[in-house]
Design a protein around this ligand. Structure first.
Ligand code: ADP
Ligand code: MG
Length: 702
C-alpha cells in the first residue's frame, strides 16, 4: 500500500488565484505588507510589472563616463556614509569598477538610505552624470545584485517598483525579483489563457504564460517586446470589447426618427449675426442624419474653446424641441451651466421656447416649480448641473441629452440622465481634443465629430510670459487698453491644497489692483462667494460697469465677454496646460486684438516647458497633445472617471499600433459574437466580466 505524504508541494496546485503567502520567500510578515500594497495573490505579483529594464549592453565603465550621460554602471561598494557640509549634510556612496571610482550623492532621504549598503556588495547604479566637485550621480537609482543574479548571465534585468514599506521587509527591486522567480517556479508553466488557440494564431499573439515570462525574465529585446505587446494587447482588447459592445448595443436600440425640422430652427438660423463655419455646418449635417435615423444618436463633438459648439447645440436642440421632445443639457459646474443657460436664452427666448436652469443653488420653491414644469412638459429645455440626475427630476418626454465637458462625468452620471428618457439622442461635447488613439479608449463607443476651425473673425491671441519685475509695464499696458474701452481679467490660482493662502493672494492682488487701476472699476469674484454676489459682479462685467475683473479660477469656464482683451494669469506656472488654454479662451472672442500675459513666479523645467508652449501656439489640439505627453492620461482626465486608463503598460501616445490592433480585433469579435455566447470565447467572456462588468451600463451579458 502506498501512502501519500501530504506535505509535499506537488499536491498543491499553484494558480494565479493562490494566496501570496504560499510563495517561497514570502511568509506571513511580507505577506501582510504585500497585501497592504494590493499584492494579495500570485496573479497580483505576476502582474507587478518592472518599472524599467537594465540593459547590460548599455553598461558603461567609470573611466568612460561623460557629463550628461544617462549611464548604467556596474560596480562594487567601496565606502559610504553621511558627510557634514556647510549648507546641508549629504550621504555619499563610493563605488568602483575595474576602471575607476565614482561618488554618488543623496541630499534627501538620508536616514532611509543609510542602512542599505555593505562594503563589497555588488551594485548597479543608474542616473545622469553631473559635474559637482568632480563627476557624480545625484540621487541615482540603484539595484543591489546577487552573485547568482541574472545580471551575470542575462542581458536584460527587470527593475521593479517598490516603496519604503516594501523595502522595510526586504522587498526592494531585488527582493521582489526573487519572489517573482519563485512564483514562476511554483506555477510551473501553467497559466490559463483567455484566448483560444485559433484566436492567438489569427492575431499573431504569444501565449499568456510566455508573455508574462518574457516580461519578467526576458532573454533579449525581441523576447521582451513580444511579451509587452501581448500584455498591452490584453489591456486594450478588453477595454475595446467594452466600447464595441456598448456601441452595438446603442445601435441596436430603437430611437425615434426626427425627420421634420420643426418650426424653430429656421428662424434661429436666419437670425444669426454670423455665418456658420464649414466645420459647424459639417457637424450639423452629421447630427441631422443621426436624428433622422431610427437609432439613437451617440455623438461627441470635439472642438477647441471658442470654436462655436454652443450654437451647434442650440440648433440641434431646436430641431428636437420642434418635434415636441424635451432637451436636457448637463454641465460639470454651476458657472458653466449658468453661462450656457444665458447663451441659450439669447436664442430660445425670442422664439418662445421655454428654457430653464436647474442648479443646486436654487431655492426649494423654485426647484419644485421647475420640477413640476419638467414633468408636465411646460419646460422644453433645461440646463443644469448634476442636480439634473436627482431622482425626483422627471421629464414628460426627454428626447435628447447634451453633456458638456463629457470627460468630466462618470459613466454612472451619464447613465442616470439617459435613463430619464426613452432611448434619448445623446450629444456630448468637449473642448479638450485628444489624439485619436486615446479617443478610442475614452470615447470609443461614440461617433466623433470634430470642429477644427475657429470662426473667421478671430484674431489670434498674443501670449507673453512675464517676470514679476515686468509687472509695472504690464499694468501700464492694461491701463492703456482700458482707456480705449477694453476690459481685462486677472486670474489667481486656486489649488485645493493651499486654498487659504491662495484666496489671500487673490485678495491682496485685488486690493493692490484697485489702487493701480484707480481710474477704473475693479471687481472681484471667488468660488466661496454667494452665487448672487458672483452673478452681480459678472453682470457688471458684461455691462462694462467693471473694467477689470480679478478672480480665482472660478472664471475658468463659460464666461463670454467679447469686449475683454487682456487675460493676466498670476503664478501661471501652477496651472496645467489645458487649464491655461481654457482660461485664455475667455478672451479673443471679439474683433479686437487680445493679449494673454502669463506671470511666471517660479521657474521649473516643467513650468517653462508649459508656458513656452502657450506662447507658441493657440491651437487646442496641439496643446492637449502636449499636455497628455507631460501628464499621462490618468492625470490628464482626473483619475476618478477614468480608472481604466491607469494602464500599467500602455502608453497612449506611443502605442498606436497595438491600440489599433486591439480595437479592430475586439470590434471584429463583437460583430461575430455580440453576446459572447460562443463556447470558444468563454475565456474572453470570463476575463471581460471580471474587469468590466461594472462598466457595462445597459449591455446585458451574463
Ligand atoms: P465653445 O466652442 O467654446 O463653446 P462658443 O460656442 O461659446 O464656443 O462660441 C464662442 C463665441 O463665438 C460665441 O460668442 C459665439 O456666439 C461665437 N460664434 C460661434 N460661431 C461663430 C461663427 N461661425 N462666426 C462667428 N462667431 C461665432
Ligand atoms: Mg462652450
Amino acid at each position: 500500500m502506498t501512502t501519500i505524504i501530504s506535505n509535499s508541494d506537488e499536491y498543491y496546485n499553484t494558480t494565479l488565484e493562490t494566496d501570496i503567502i504560499y510563495i517561497k520567500g514570502v511568509g506571513p510578515a511580507r505577506g501582510k505588507i504585500l497585501k497592504k500594497n494590493n499584492i494579495s495573490s500570485v496573479g497580483d505579483l505576476i502582474y507587478h510589472f518592472p518599472r524599467k529594464y537594465l540593459d547590460r549592453t548599455t553598461i558603461k565603465t567609470i573611466r568612460n563616463l561623460r557629463i550628461g550621460d544617462e549611464a548604467v554602471i556596474l560596480g562594487q561598494i567601496d565606502a559610504f556614509g553621511v558627510k557634514p557640509a556647510k549648507k546641508r549634510r549629504f550621504f555619499q556612496l563610493t563605488i568602483s569598477d575595474s576602471t575607476g571610482k565614482l561618488n554618488c550623492v543623496w541630499f534627501r532621504g538620508i536616514s532611509w538610505i543609510s542602512d542599505k549598503f555593505q562594503i563589497g556588495d555588488a551594485i548597479a547604479i543608474f542616473g545622469k552624470v553631473e559635474f559637482y566637485n568632480g563627476l557624480k550621480i545625484i540621487h541615482p537609482e540603484f539595484d543591489l545584485i546577487d552573485e547568482e543574479d541574472p545580471i551575470n548571465t542575462q542581458r536584460i534585468i527587470p527593475l521593479y517598483p517598490s516603496n519604503q514599506e516594501l523595502k522595510s521587509v526586504g522587498l526592494d527591486s531585488r527582493g521582489i525579483r526573487r519572489i517573482i522567480i519563485n512564483a514562476f517556479e511554483a506555477i510551473n508553466n501553467k497559466i490559463d489563457d483567455f484566448y483560444n488557440p485559433k484566436f492567438l494564431k489569427a492575431e499573431g499573439l504569444h501565449s499568456h504564460y510566455d508573455a508574462l515570462e518574457a516580461v519578467h525574465q526576458p532573454n533579449d529585446k525581441n523576447h521582451l517586446n513580444m511579451g509587452l505587446y501581448r500584455l498591452k494587447f490584453d489591456e486594450l482588447f478588453f477595454l475595446q470589447l467594452l466600447m464595441g459592445l456598448k456601441k452595438i448595443y446603442i445601435k441596436s436600440k430603437k430611437g425615434k426618427k426626427i425627420i421634420d425640422r420643426g418650426p424653430y430652427v429656421k428662424s434661429i438660423y436666419d437670425n444669426l449675426s454670423f455665418e456658420l463655419t464649414n466645420s459647424q455646418i459639417k457637424v450639423l449635417k452629421e447630427i441631422r442624419l443621426d436624428l433622422k435615423s431610427d437609432k439613437p444618436m451617440n455623438r461627441l463633438i470635439q472642438g477647441d474653446v471658442g470654436s462655436g459648439k454652443t450654437i451647434v447645440a442650440v440648433l440641434a436642440s431646436s430641431i428636437v424641441i420642434g418635434n415636441n421632445f424635451q432637451v436636457a443639457m448637463m454641465a460639470p459646474t454651476e458657472i458653466l451651466a449658468e453661462q450656457h443657460y444665458i447663451s441659450f436664452q439669447e436664442y430660445f427666448e425670442k422664439n418662445g421656447i421655454n428654457c430653464e436652469l436647474l442648479i443646486g443653488a436654487l431655492a426649494d420653491k423654485e426647484k419644485n416649480d421647475l420640477k413640476n414644469n419638467l414633468k408636465n412638459g411646460v419646460v422644453q429645455i433645461i440646463v443644469g448641473t448634476h442636480a439634473l440626475i436627482q431622482k425626483d427630476v422627471k421629464f414628460k418626454n426627454l428626447g435628447m441629452i447634451i453633456i458638456d465637458e463629457q470627460h468630466r462625468f462618470g459613466v454612472e452620471h451619464r447613465k442616470l440622465l439617459i435613463e430619464k428618457g426613452y432611448n434619448p439622442e445623446i450629444l456630448a461635447m468637449t473642448a479638450t481634443p485628444i489624439p485619436r488613439t486615446l479617443a478610442f479608449a475614452v470615447h470609443g463607443d461614440m461617433d466623433i465629430s470634430i470642429i477644427d476651425e475657429l470662426p473667421k473673425n478671430r484674431i489670434p491671441i498674443i501670449t507673453k510670459i512675464a517676470e514679476p519685475k515686468q509687472l509695472d509695464e504690464v499694468y501700464a499696458f492694461m491701463n492703456k487698453e482700458m482707456k480705449t474701452g477694453r476690459q481685462c481679467f486677472v486670474v489667481y490660482p486656486l489649488i485645493e491644497e493651499s486654498e487659504k493662502l491662495d484666496l489671500q493672494a487673490a485678495e491682496v492682488g485685488y486690493n493692490k489692483l484697485k489702487k493701480i487701476f484707480k481710474d477704473f472699476e475693479v471687481g472681484y469674484i471667488h468660488g466661496r462667494m454667494k452665487k448672487e454676489e458672483r452673478d452681480m459682479q459678472m453682470q457688471k462685467m458684461l455691462n462694462n460697469e467693471i473694467q477689470c475683473l480679478v478672480s480665482t479660477t472660478v472664471i475658468e469656464v463659460g464666461v463670454n465677454i467679447p469686449n475683454s482683451t487682456i487675460m493676466l494669469i498670476e503664478n501661471a506656472e501652477r496651472f496645467g496646460l489645458t487649464q491655461l488654454h481654457q482660461l485664455r479662451g475667455r478672451i479673443g472672442r471679439g474683433s479686437k486684438q487680445s493679449y494673454c500675459v502669463l506671470v511666471k513666479r517660479k521657474s521649473t523645467d516643467d513650468a517653462s516647458l508649459r508656458l513656452n508652449i502657450m506662447e507658441k501656439t493657440n491651437d487646442g489640439f496641439i496643446i492637449s497633445d502636449e499636455d497628455l505627453k507631460l501628464r499621462g492620461p490618468g492625470e490628464f482626465f482626473g483619475t476618478k472617471q477614468h480608472g481604466h486608463l491607469k494602464s500599467k503598460l500602455v502608453n497612449y501616445m506611443a502605442d498606436s499600433k497595438v491600440i489599433k490592433h486591439a480595437r479592430d480585433s475586439a470590434f471584429n469579435l463583437v460583430r461575430l459574437d455580440p453576446e459572447l455566447n460562443d463556447k470558444q470565447n468563454k475565456g474572453i467572456k470570463l476575463q471581460f466580466l471580471r474587469n468590466y462588468k461594472s462598466m457595462l451600463e445597459f449591455v446585458n451579458i451574463n
